[in-house]
Design a protein around this ligand. Structure first.
Ligand code: HPA
Ligand code: ZN
Length: 333
């Protein structure tokens, strides 16, 4: 099954590029930038990756991204990710990044964006991985700050395809950003939001009704609300599920209890993603492997998840059809 997963063509739709910052690269860039990390070694940093909730992770994630200073740093970070997933049959990526996490510490909007974007352009040339960039608003910050970030993005619509919402969910419902997302929609950006990772199903309803999301990132808690499930099934709203993230952040107590099989049984359009792989113990293939057992090691179901990843992407119908045909050819083998 491991080999089948390794060769299965797939897309990644929920991936924070800052969450791919491996300790080895973090130490290397810290040295390059003359920054002293509060950890003695790669091993000591690894040991700190022990989280009991989302906020524990976020504290370390923001500390880690502080090492990223130059356009070259963002390029190197993105390139390291692409080199890795090029070997995992990943054909298309839609990458999140947190501009406010950089601008607020003095790194310009363009520095981060250009570094990430030029690596993705090179990755498409060298590895044939197509891409989109989605910038996320940090929901623990206020509406004004999000408006300012959206303004900065308007000059870069050639590089940014969508806007999302991430960071600390509890106490920061989607409604806080209704007006910002209305403007982003008017400006033609695709719309997604993290909802229902730790937050209640009401936050998912708000993401749908007030933000008009095209996909829900995570969405786990929808299962507490049968009416919401019915709606998500009827409208076939994609849920970008992240199995290893869920167990690492204690959203799910044990992988054997992961809700993905139930989600599929109910007819929800879910697929598998890696979220912050450097922190959660695995990239896309490891996430597929983690849930393969509870899905009955069933190739058809794994292929369905891969197809869902492509049909949920912000790409043309032709591109979707091409990728789905590739998955079908692969399983016929
Ligand atoms: N949830 C919320 N915010 C995030 C995450 C996540 O899983 N990863 C990076 N920022
Ligand atoms: Zn996420």
């Amino acid at each position: 099954m491991k080999q089948f997963i390794a060769g299965l063509p797939k897309a990644e739709l929920h991936l924070h590029i800052e969450g791919t910052f491996e300790p080895e690269l973090m130490f290397k860039l810290a040295e390059r930038n003359g920054i002293t990390l509060p950890y003695e070694s790669v091993e000591a940093l690894h040991k700190a990756y022990d989280f009991s909730q989302l906020q524990d992770f976020l504290d370390i994630y923001y500390q880690g991204m502080n090492v990223l200073r130059t356009e070259q740093d963002f390029y190197d970070l993105t390139w390291a990710y692409l080199e890795k997933v090029a070997k995992e049959a990943v054909r298309h990526v839609e990458i999140f990044y947190d501009p406010q996490g950089h601008v607020d510490r003095g790194v310009s909007f363009e520095t981060a964006l250009n570094g990430i974007h030029s690596a993705l352009v090179q990755g498409e040339k060298e590895f044939g991985i197509s891409f989109g960039i989605i910038m996320c608003f940090l929901r623990h910050l206020d509406e004004d700050a999000a408006f300012g970030t959206l303004d900065s993005a308007l000059a870069h619509k050639d590089k940014i395809i969508g806007v999302g919402l991430d960071s600390s969910e509890m106490g920061h419902p989607p409604s806080k950003f209704e007006r910002v997302f209305a403007k982003a929609r008017d400006e033609g950006f695709h719309i997604v939001a993290h909802a229902g990772e730790e937050g209640p199903p009401e936050y998912i309803v708000e993401a749908l009704d007030l933000l008009n999301v095209e996909r829900v990132d995570h969405g786990n808690t929808c299962l507490q609300d049968p009416e919401l499930v019915k709606r998500l099934v009827k409208e076939q709203i994609p849920l970008t599920v992240c199995p290893l993230s869920n167990t690492k952040l204690c959203v799910v107590d044990d992988m054997k209890n992961h809700p993905l099989p139930e989600m599929l049984k109910l007819g929800l359009k879910a697929m598998i993603n890696s979220d912050d792989p450097a922190y959660f113990g695995g990239y896309l293939n490891e996430n597929y492997e983690a849930v393969s057992g509870i899905l009955g090691d069933d190739k058809e179901t794994l292929a369905l998840l891969a197809k869902n990843s492509f049909t949920s992407a912000f790409i043309s119908q032709d591109a979707k059809d091409g990728f789905v045909a590739e998955v079908e050819a692969y399983i016929k083998g």
